[in-house]
Design a binder for this molecule. Sequence first.
Ligand code: KIV
Ligand code: NA
Length: 265
Amino acid sequence: IKRITTHVLQKMKVDGERISMLTAYDYSMARIFDDAGIDIILVGDSASNVMAGHETTLPITLDQMIYHAASVVRAIKRCFVVVDLPFGSYQGNSKEALSSAIRIMKETGAHGIKIEGGEEIIESVKRIISAGVPVMGHLGLTPQSIYKFGTYAVRATEEAEANKLINDAKLLQDAGCFAIVLEKIPAALAKTVAESVEIPIIGIGAGKYVDGQVLVMHDMLGINKEFKPRFLRRYLDLYAEIYGATQAYIHDVKAKDFPNDNEQY
Ligand code: KIV
Ligand code: NA
């Protein structure tokens, strides 16, 4: 199998082939996604929400991200694995950002890291890339800044924020980022960004005029019952499937139907 590299991803943009990306946080799910042919697995700090049950992405630690990422990397043969630098592991100190990135690369075997922000963190981006670590940017609704935004509503609907976002995308490209995630911004703005830079733009809630799409696996598989934003397409109702299977199992145990004669030694 031909492995996905930053060069393959760049070629996909040039060829107009859309890039598919999903989050994963453990070995078993990562193995299915990789076998199925996903291009990129993101070990997102959304693990803080969907794996650990926190309300925001802020509490997850670098050690916890490393545990998830190492589990994912053990499963994959083909896809490119990107790991989020968690809140507090890179902001405001490029030296600390570099050591966080190096820990992820050394201790997990992942292929690159993702960090939130533009101009504010550009020194960290440059320093990490200068060490040979591929960096994916992340602009728009950056969940580590949720208390600054105060809401999960669509970002960059006003001109000043839209202009800053376009400028940040160019700064990230010039710093050497291999791709950028755009989260929850108007489709027209995402299109402008995708046309303004040479590197792949991967959207979540950023419309169809970008070079790839990413979703959180729990959302796309319908494991989260309540979370139904407009941008989400659900491919399974796994909550209902697992709920039903659990009830069937409980029933069979209570009814002394499981195990039967063929299911015992
Ligand atoms: O942590 C995450 O899952 C992400 C994606 C939503 C892009 O950053
Ligand atoms: Na994230």
